[in-house]
Write a protein that binds this ligand. Structure first.
Ligand code: GA4
Length: 334
């Protein structure tokens, strides 16, 4: 009897794309215009010279590897991820699944302290490392948002970054582990031509979706897996680059830019040879924050697209839908 696998196997070859690279040490006006162009054209870009210490990044990756290497019974003690903690295969609360295990944290220090106790044998050390990492990536996100405001002539240039600097910001940190899925273990791959050295047999680790928040700052190891869906719905692979951060526009930034910037759908695939590790910081407003485009983003040629809403309202809609559903459309003006 052939048993259907829960996540389909994708054995097609994908094209890859080099994302625009933004050097954060470039003059502000240069960085600003490149970021704006990338947010409009791709919704994705890479940042280099971002100022986050390599030492902190490596230690975070090591801590994640150590955690995911533990026996499942121990990892489950840090779960369920409802809303924060360890999760395995289940994504959200409406039946989505993927070949991934993960840790989800709210970035507020009290929540980090509490969760650290179930994750590490040295909770204080772990919690302090997490806080340093979060602070550093939050700075990168704030800098990018200030550059966006400057380049779009928004008068109050900290209007966007203020939302994520707020002590009540609802930002999230997610540590993902996509286990390697050796071809021989994949029933449906056995019959295919696996002799080619470039042969890879992928499964969906984290299915197609857009990120609900303002901005995502992603760091991955040297294993490919991230794909973005460009205009025509074709999946394009983003080559891994552990030396940079991959940044993408979230739904809220699409709304506050009045549709000028794109919250692009993306997904993560597993790899046959090596585990993929990623750490994603999702910069979000406080729950009570009102999401609406500043007046500079609305013109007679670009009339207001979305009705004002709170992040709490948006989050509620997000969690009541499936991973791949489009939520921003629900907030569009008629
Ligand atoms: C996608 C982006 C982030 O990983 C996340 C995810 C969240 C979850 O895993 O709990 C969601 C997903 C994400 C969007 C739709 C809902 C919520 C799973 C899901 C089915 C942490 C987030 O904020 O939204």
């Amino acid at each position: 009897m052939v048993v259907a696998s829960r996540t389909p196997i994708l054995s097609e070859k994908f094209q890859s794309i080099e994302l625009p690279v933004i050097d954060m040490s470039a003059p502000r006006s240069v960085a600003s215009s490149l970021i704006i162009k990338a947010c409009q054209d791709f919704g994705f870009f890479k940042v280099i010279n971002h100022g986050v210490s390599q030492d902190i990044i490596s230690k975070m990756e090591q801590e994640s590897l150590d955690f995911f290497a533990k026996p499942l019974s121990e990892k489950l003690q840090a779960g369920p991820a409802n809303p924060f903690g360890y999760g395995c295969k289940n994504i959200g609360f409406n039946g989505d699944v993927g070949e991934v295990e993960y840790l989800l944290f709210n970035t507020n220090p009290v929540s980090i302290d509490q969760k650290s106790k179930t994750i590490s044998n040295e909770p204080e050390k772990f919690s302090s490392l997490m806080s340093s990492y979060i602070e550093a990536v939050r700075e990168v996100a704030c800098e990018i948002l200030d550059l966006v405001a400057e380049g779009t002539w928004v008068q109050d240039t900290s209007v966007f970054s203020r939302m994520i600097r707020d002590a009540d910001s609802d930002s999230i940190l997610r540590l993902n582990h996509y286990p390697a899925m050796p071809i021989l273990q994949q029933k449906h791959c056995k019959d295919r031509d696996t002799s080619s050295p470039s042969y890879n047999c992928n499964k969906v680790g984290f299915g197609e979706h857009s990120d609900p928040q303002i901005l995502t700052i992603l760091r991955s190891n040297d294993v490919s897996g991230l794909q973005i869906s460009l205009n025509d719905g074709v999946w394009i692979t983003v080559p891994p680059d552990p030396t940079s951060f991959c940044v993408n526009v979230g739904d809220v930034l699409q709304a506050i830019s009045n549709g000028r910037f794109l919250s692009v759908r993306h997904r993560a695939l597993t790899n046959s040879y090596k585990s993929r590790m990623s750490m994603a910081y999702f910069a979000a407003p406080p729950l009570h924050a009102i999401i609406s485009a500043p007046p500079e983003m609305v013109t007679p040629f670009r009339p207001s697209l979305y009705r004002p809403f709170t992040w709490a309202e948006y989050k509620k809609a997000t969690y009541s839908l499936r991973l791949g559903d489009s939520r921003l459309d629900l907030f569009r003006k008629q």
